[in-house]
Design a protein around this ligand. Structure first.
Ligand SMILES: C[S@@+](CC[C@H](N)C(=O)[O-])C[C@H]1O[C@@H](n2cnc3c(N)ncnc32)[C@H](O)[C@@H]1O
Length: 201
């Protein structure tokens, strides 16, 4: 059964200490690298990373950006991200509570990134989230996630059907175009994992 936001938050908080070591798949690594590569912030850009987790994307873009705002629902994951920022001496990335449909951001953002997080929402919630993100008017949105390029193989899901709800690429593309963005890049990492880049029209 689909989990509530609080259940997802608790699940990730329980897992925060060993999260980084558990993300060792080729697909995850390739996806994260592509999100950072496509985000490509300039020195004046503020990047909002949604579903920031322990900071994989935030720390990837921070050296090139002016500032990174990491938002997540799991206090355990956020705390681990703050610890890592302190350990690495990264001062331009901050992490706080915020969710896709209520990011808790009151400053202008230039680029929004998200990696392996949006698939926790239903398709209707994903559309709503993309509308909310578009309302922040970033010039670019980079979404890496579990997404279906074709028919998913039920024998070999790259996700947990009991807690995850990935969309097709078509559903996500429609949500971006409906929100006033054009898809400028589609990267297929596997049949079930990809990166979409959307730029404001
Ligand atoms: C698989 S982790 C990915 C973390 C990170 N982006 C990465 O690439 O390693 C998914 C993250 O999404 C967060 N999350 C789940 N639902 C969310 C929501 N509605 N809003 C914001 N974050 C959410 C979880 O708490 C978790 O930290």
């Amino acid at each position: 059964m689909k989990k509530s936001i609080d259940e997802h938050a608790a699940r990730f908080s329980d897992h925060a200490a060993d999260y980084d070591e558990s993300q060792d798949s080729r697909e995850y690594r390739a996806c994260a690298d592509l999100v950072v590569e496509h985000a490509a912030p300039g020195a004046d850009d503020v990047v909002l990373d949604l579903g920031a987790g322990t900071g994989a994307i935030a720390f990837g873009v921070a050296p090139d950006a002016e500032r990174v705002i990491g938002r997540d629902i799991s206090e355990g994951m956020l705390e681990r991200a703050r610890e890592k920022a302190a350990e690495r001496g990264i001062e331009n990335a901050t992490f706080g509570e915020g969710r896709f449909r209520d990011p808790n951001v009151d400053s202008a953002v230039d680029i929004v990134t998200s990696n392996f997080a949006l698939h926790h929402l239903s398709d209707a919630e994903k559309r709503e989230a993309i509308d909310v993100v578009a309302g922040l008017a970033p010039r670019r949105i980079v979404l890496g996630d579990v997404m279906f390029f074709g028919e998913p193989n039920p024998e070999d899901p790259f996700y947990s059907p009991e807690v995850d709800d990935p969309a097709t690429v078509g559903v996500l593309a429609d949500a971006f175009t409906g929100a006033g963005y054009a898809l400028t890049a589609v990267e297929m990492v596997s049949e079930q994992v990809g990166v979409l880049v959307a730029e404001r029209n």
